[in-house]
Design a protein around this ligand. Structure first.
Ligand SMILES: [Mn+2]
Length: 394
C-alpha cells in the first residue's frame, strides 16, 4: 500500500469505526413477511442456536456485530446460561432482551395498559420474566415496545392508561439490578390507530425521567411521522443523557423495517453526525446501536451484513466532518460555509477507507462478496431441512 499523506480526520474516522458495535436481532434471520404473506426462504434457522450461528457469520465478516438481540418468547429456551455459552463459543454474545406482550389474545385491548387488571398482571409477569432471562444471559438491556393503544375515541381513558403504564414500568425498573437498563421504545401508530400509549419520544422521555437514571429512550428510526427530524430528537436526548439505544431500519412510508440506510442514507448520516456531536460514539456513554429489521424479499444474512456496512459508512462520513471548520463557520454566521462542511463529509466516498480498515483487521474488504463466496448460504439451505416452515418463533 502506498504511503498516505497525514489525514487526521481519516484517523478519527478509523478510530471511531474500530469501536463501533452494531447488534443484530435474532428475528432478522428467521422467516418474516407482511400481514399478507410470509415468503419462506431456504436455510432459515429452525432454532435459536441456528440464529446465533448466522449472527456469528455476520460478525466474522464485518468485525462489528459481536452481539445478538433476543426476543422472548420467540427465543425461549430452558437454559439461558447454556445458550450464552453457546453464543460465546460461536464468537458472539447475547445482547438486548426484547419483551413481547403483543401476541396473545389477552392483549387485544392492551397489555400493561389493559383495563383488566388480570391481563396487566400477566403482562407484567412476562416483563419480569425477561429480567430473569437477563440475569442468566448477562444482558444489560431490556427493550420494551408496547403495541398498547386504542382505535376509537372514547374506547378507553387515555389518562388512566398512562397511569397503568407508569405503574408497570416502575415495577420492572424496581426489579433491575447491577448494570441492567430499561429501554423504552415508542411508535407513532400501528397496531393501534387512534392512540398509542407510547407514541413518541416525548412520552418515552417523560416516563424514563420519572423512573430514573437507568431508564433510557430507544429511538427506532422507522417509528416517526413522515418528515420528522430524527437527528433533532437524537441531539436532544443525548444532551439530556437519555438516549439509550437505536433500533436502526429504514422506511419509505411507515414502519417498513427495511435495511438501514437504504431509503435515506443522508438522514442516517445526519443522525450519526448528532450522535458524534453528542459524544454518543464513545462506548462509555452506553448508546446501543441495534438493527431492527426484517428481510422479506432479500436474503437475510447478506441483508444484515449490508446494513452493518451502511451504518459503518454513515458513521465514517459523520466522523469526517471538519468540526473546527464547522464551528468557525457557525460562529461567523456563514450559513453556506457551514452547510458545505457537512456536505463535503457526506459526499466523500468512504468505501476505500472502510475497506482499508477491514483489511487492517484481517477481514475481507467486501463482506457481502465474502459471504457469497463462503458457500455458507448453500450449506444452510441444504442442512436446515424444514426451515422454510419456521415462523417468527422458529
Ligand atoms: Mn424497534
Amino acid at each position: 500500500m502506498t504511503a498516505l499523506a497525514p489525514d487526521p480526520r481519516g484517523d478519527t474516522a478509523r478510530a471511531g469505526l474500530r469501536t463501533l458495535r452494531i447488534e443484530t436481532p435474532s428475528w432478522a434471520y428467521g422467516n418474516s413477511g407482511t400481514r399478507f404473506k410470509v415468503f419462506a426462504q431456504a436455510g432459515v434457522p429452525r432454532t435459536v442456536r441456528e440464529k446465533i450461528d448466522d449472527a456469528a457469520v455476520v460478525h466474522s465478516l464485518t468485525g462489528s456485530a459481536p452481539s445478538i438481540a433476543l426476543h422472548i418468547p420467540w427465543d425461549r429456551v430452558d437454559d439461558y446460561a447454556d445458550l450464552a455459552r453457546y453464543a460465546e463459543a460461536a464468537g458472539v454474545r447475547l445482547g438486548t432482551v426484547n419483551a413481547n406482550v403483543f401476541q396473545d389474545d389477552d392483549y387485544k385491548l392492551g397489555s400493561v395498559t389493559n383495563p383488566d387488571p388480570a391481563v396487566r398482571r400477566k403482562a407484567l409477569a412476562h416483563l419480569l420474566e425477561c429480567v430473569d432471562v437477563m440475569d442468566e444471559t448477562g444482558s444489560r438491556d431490556l427493550k420494551l415496545w408496547f403495541s398498547d393503544g386504542t382505535n376509537y375515541p372514547g374506547q378507553d381513558d387515555i389518562r388512566d392508561r398512562q397511569d397503568r403504564l407508569a405503574e408497570a414500568l416502575a415495577a420492572v425498573y424496581e426489579r433491575l439490578s447491577g448494570d441492567q437498563r430499561l429501554l423504552l421504545e415508542y411508535k407513532l401508530f400501528e397496531p393501534a390507530f387512534y392512540t398509542m400509549d407510547v407514541p413518541d419520544w416525548g412520552t418515552s422521555f417523560a416516563h424514563c425521567l420519572e423512573l430514573g437514571e437507568r431508564a433510557k429512550v430507544c429511538v427506532d428510526t422507522g417509528h416517526h411521522a413522515p418528515g420528522t427530524n430524527i437527528e433533532f430528537i437524537v441531539a436532544f436526548l443525548l444532551r439530556a443523557g437519555k438516549l439509550g439505544a437505536f433500533d436502526f431500519n429504514s422506511r419509505f412510508y411507515a414502519d417498513d423495517d427495511l435495511m438501514v440506510g437504504a431509503a435515506d442514507p443522508f438522514q442516517l448520516f445526519r443522525i450519526m453526525c448528532e450522535v458524534d456531536r453528542g459524544g454518543g460514539l464513545d462506548p462509555a456513554t452506553g448508546v446501543a446501536f441495534m438493527l431492527d429489521q426484517c428481510h422479506n424479499v432479500e436474503q437475510k444474512i447478506p441483508g444484515q451484513i449490508r446494513s452493518v456496512c451502511n451504518v459503518q459508512e454513515a458513521t465514517a462520513k459523520a466522523l469526517l466532518v471538519d468540526r473546527e471548520a464547522l464551528r468557525t463557520a457557525q460562529r461567523d454566521g456563514d450559513v453556506i460555509a457551514a452547510n458545505d462542511v457537512l456536505m463535503d463529509a457526506y459526499n466523500t466516498d468512504v468505501r476505500p477507507l472502510v475497506a482499508e480498515l477491514r483489511v487492517e483487521q484481517g477481514l475481507d474488504p467486501d463482506p457481502v462478496g465474502a459471504y457469497r463466496r463462503s458457500g455458507y448460504q448453500d450449506r444452510i439451505a441444504r442442512e436446515r431441512v424444514g426451515g422454510e416452515q419456521a415462523g417468527w418463533g422458529a
